[in-house]
Each structure stands twice: as structure tokens, then as C-alpha cells.
Design a protein around this ligand. Structure first.
Ligand SMILES: N[C@@H](CCC(=O)N[C@@H](CS)C(=O)NCC(=O)O)C(=O)O
Length: 400
């Protein structure tokens, strides 16, 4: 039997599930979210992307290639039109959907608004999302409106082109955007016709069911909605980015102070600070102090490997202090500090704070940290809260 690895929420996976359903091909599924794939998953899919299809000793890991394979081994009913010209158009529209719509609808839309916060603990940038909807999404809709027929389908009978383009819309619907029928009447009417196809309706219900389910509960949910789930899974608990992941380079987890890797990193952080700053000038917090009620703490991960840590201290209801920022030596210059900082700024803002400040050393060792804060809009200031003027200290602040 054919095995599909990949979650039904992915438009690329759904494309394949629609084709399997139309052709009546039995399959079993391991409904993992790609970021939660284990090492075996990386071996099967070097790009750590879904879907993967396994048929005996054939392993394919790209939806277009899988679609072609299925069409070749199960030619009827066909998903491609009869003439070479119409087949060319169908393949072009599939390519357009997979690349341009994938980039805008999936990664920068659904990925930034739903996946980055839910899987990677990253802040949700709704301003960037609004800009995307007003610019690049419109550009795509204008093209689709020119390609959509007044009646019927994109390239002859219902098939590959319709499936590939239509599946791209659900991600944006999960991010609460649907196309305006008054502005793009032909595309909306075509989309409604396509979504009414029984195979689209069925797979759409699978997508909706798993979209509301946490990564670790996907298998149970898939079983509950009647999918045949594989015995073996490629699931790993900690999310990890792949070589082509376009949304985040690390996963930010709330807390982590009890993790041995975190404890070791904080010990090293305290040791280095004590070594470089003289006793009266060292304000570093240890693991215990970070557990106090005025503190929030985050750890940044790439799978099982700790990349960095950072913390927020509440000075007052509208003023916060950044503490304990540390990036692993092996993870420097990969955007880890920036990701932690973004998380801290977003959290402080959500709590109603209006200003963030920090104390760091004035020595060379702290130059990369000072540069990071400057890139994120922090400017030098005088001592704040209980700090005193000190040549070994540098104070920075910004409104948020
Ligand atoms: N060209 C590929 C794209 C597949 C793809 O990007 N899948 C997404 C899920 S919607 C994925 O696995 N992303 C994980 C990553 O790139 O790290 C195909 O058609 O299968």
C-alpha cells in the first residue's frame, strides 16, 4: 500500500490526497507536521519537506513528482487534459501555485501568522501580514482572475491545475483571509466549483480537523476522522527547521530553566560575566534568580540542541528589563539573539509595557551584544531602576 508522510493541513499534501481519492488508490498516512520530523524523516526527505510518498522501494518527496508518478501508474481517471497544449497549461499553473502562491500564501501568509507563532513561539507580525494582503496577494489574485474561466475549469476538465491552485487558499483562510467575490468574481466562482468536488470536500474536512489539533495529537485525530494511520511515525517532539524553511531559524520555547543544557549555558554565562566585570559591576542573574515571579524566561532551540536564552524582568507595569541574553558559540550569527529579542519585545508589548531597557558591559566582549541591541532600535542611556553610573556598564533603552 502507498504510504504518505505529511500533514493534511499542508496544501502540497492535500494535493496528493485529492489525487489518491479521485483515482481510488488506498493509502496510509503518517500525518506529521514537517518541523516535527525525526532523523529518519530527514533521510527520506533531504529538504525536510512534506509530502513524502513511499510505494515499496520507491520514495518520492515532492508533490509534483508524486502527482506525475500516480498519474503514470494509475492513468484512470486522468488528472491531466487530453491535448499537449492544455497539459502544458495545467503543469504551468501547478508550478505557479507551488512556487509563487506557496511563497506568498503558505510561507509569508499562513507560515508567518499561524505556523511561526504556534510551532516556533515567534511573535505574530500582523502589520507585515496586512501589507502582504494589500500587495503580493493582490498581484496573485489579479493574475488568477485573468486565468479563471467564466465557467468550467482552469485547463479543460477538473484536474491537476484546479487542485494545485485551489489548495493554496486554505492556509490564508486559517489566517482569516478569504478572497472578495466582488473584486475577483471569476476566481471566487471557480474556487467554489472546485471546492465542491467530492474529493476536495473530503480532503478539506481532513485539513480543517487537523488544523485545530496540536502536533503531538495529530495521529489520534487523524484516526478519529477515519484516516488509515501508519503504525510507525516519523514524529519528533521538539521542532526543528529544515534546510529550506522560510519562516524561522530557531524555535523559541517558554521557560526551560530546568533543562540541563539551559542550566549549563546559564552557568557559563554567569562565569563569563564574573570573569570580565569586576565584582561591584557584575549584575548577572543566576538560574535561581531567573525563577523569581518578576521574571519571564525563554530558550531557543534547533531540535534537541540549545541555541540561546533570554529573559525579561518586570521593573514596573510599563517598564521591562532584558536579562540573560546568551547565544551558544556554535550558533552565533544565525539570528538567534534577534529572534529572542523579538520575542521579548513582543511579550513586553502585549503586557502593556511601553519601554525596555538593559545593562550590558562596556568591554569588548560585549560588543556583539551592543550591536545586536542597536540593530533592534536600542540607544545608549543613563542608569535606570537601581543601577548607578559605572564605567564598566553600558545602559541602553527603547520605547516599544
Ligand atoms: N515543492 C514541494 C514543496 C513542499 C513544501 O514546501 N511543503 C511544506 C509544507 S506545506 C514543508 O514541508 N515545509 C517545511 C520546510 O520547508 O521546512 C512540493 O511540491 O512538495
Amino acid at each position: 500500500m502507498i504510504t504518505i508522510i505529511g500533514n493534511t493541513v499542508s496544501p502540497y499534501v492535500r494535493k496528493i490526497l485529492v489525487i489518491l481519492t479521485i483515482k481510488g488508490i488506498p493509502f496510509e498516512i503518517d500525518p506529521i507536521v514537517p518541523f516535527h520530523g525525526n532523523d529518519e524523516f530527514s533521510k527520506l526527505s533531504p529538504l525536510r519537506r512534506i509530502p513524502i510518498m513511499i510505494d515499496g522501494d520507491i520514495v518520492l518527496s515532492d508533490s509534483s513528482i508524486i502527482a506525475q508518478y500516480l498519474e503514470e501508474i494509475y492513468p484512470q481517471p486522468s488528472i491531466l487534459p487530453a491535448t499537449a497544449g492544455a497539459r502544458g497549461r495545467a503543469r504551468w499553473l501547478e508550478e505557479y501555485a507551488d512556487t509563487r502562491m506557496g511563497d506568498v500564501f503558505v510561507w509569508r501568509g499562513f507560515g508567518a501568522v499561524v505556523v511561526a507563532p504556534a510551532i516556533f513561539g515567534r511573535p505574530r507580525d500582523l502589520d507585515a501580514f496586512s501589507r502582504l494582503l494589500e500587495t503580493e496577494v493582490v498581484e496573485i489574485m489579479v493574475y488568477l482572475e485573468s486565468a479563471a474561466p467564466a465557467e468550467g475549469y482552469l485547463a479543460g476538465p477538473f484536474g491537476l491545475a484546479d487542485i494545485s491552485v485551489a489548495v493554496m487558499f486554505k492556509g490564508l483562510a486559517y489566517a482569516r483571509w478569504t478572497p472578495d467575490a466582488a473584486r475577483w468574481p471569476k476566481t471566487c466562482a471557480w474556487l467554489a466549483r472546485v471546492e465542491a468536488h467530492p474529493a476536495m470536500r473530503l480532503t478539506g474536512s481532513w485539513s480543517d480537523a487537523l488544523a485545530k489539533t496540536a502536533p503531538a495529537d495529530q495521529r489520534a485525530k487523524a484516526r478519529e476522522i477515519g484516516l488509515r494511520v501508519t503504525e510507525k511515525t516519523h514524529f519528533a517532539a521538539r521542532p526543528k527547521v529544515g534546510p529550506m524553511t522560510a519562516i524561522a531559524n530557531v524555535a523559541i520555547a517558554d521557560g526551560g530553566l530546568d533543562d540541563p543544557q539551559v542550566a549549563a549555558m546559564l552557568n557559563h554565562h554567569v562565569e563569563m560575566n564574573n570573569k570580565i566585570s569586576p565584582p561591584g559591576s557584575c549584575h548577572v542573574f543566576d538560574n535561581n534568580r531567573l525563577k523569581a515571579p518578576d521574571m519571564s524566561f525563554w530558550s531557543a532551540w534547533d531540535g534537541e540542541v540549545l541555541m540561546g536564552v533570554g529573559a525579561l524582568k518586570s521593573i514596573s507595569s510599563d517598564h521591562g528589563e532584558i536579562k540573560s541574553m546568551h547565544t551558544a558559540k556554535t550558533a552565533r550569527r544565525r539570528g538567534v539573539g534577534g529572534a529572542l529579542l523579538e520575542k521579548i519585545v513582543a511579550t513586553a508589548r502585549a503586557r502593556g509595557m511601553r519601554r525596555l531597557s538593559l545593562e550590558t558591559g562596556s568591554q569588548d566582549y560585549f560588543a556583539p551584544a551592543r550591536a545586536l541591541y542597536a540593530r533592534h532600535g536600542f540607544v545608549e542611556c543613563g542608569p535606570f531602576a537601581d543601577y548607578k553610573l559605572d564605567p564598566n556598564s553600558m545602559f541602553m533603552t527603547r520605547e516599544i
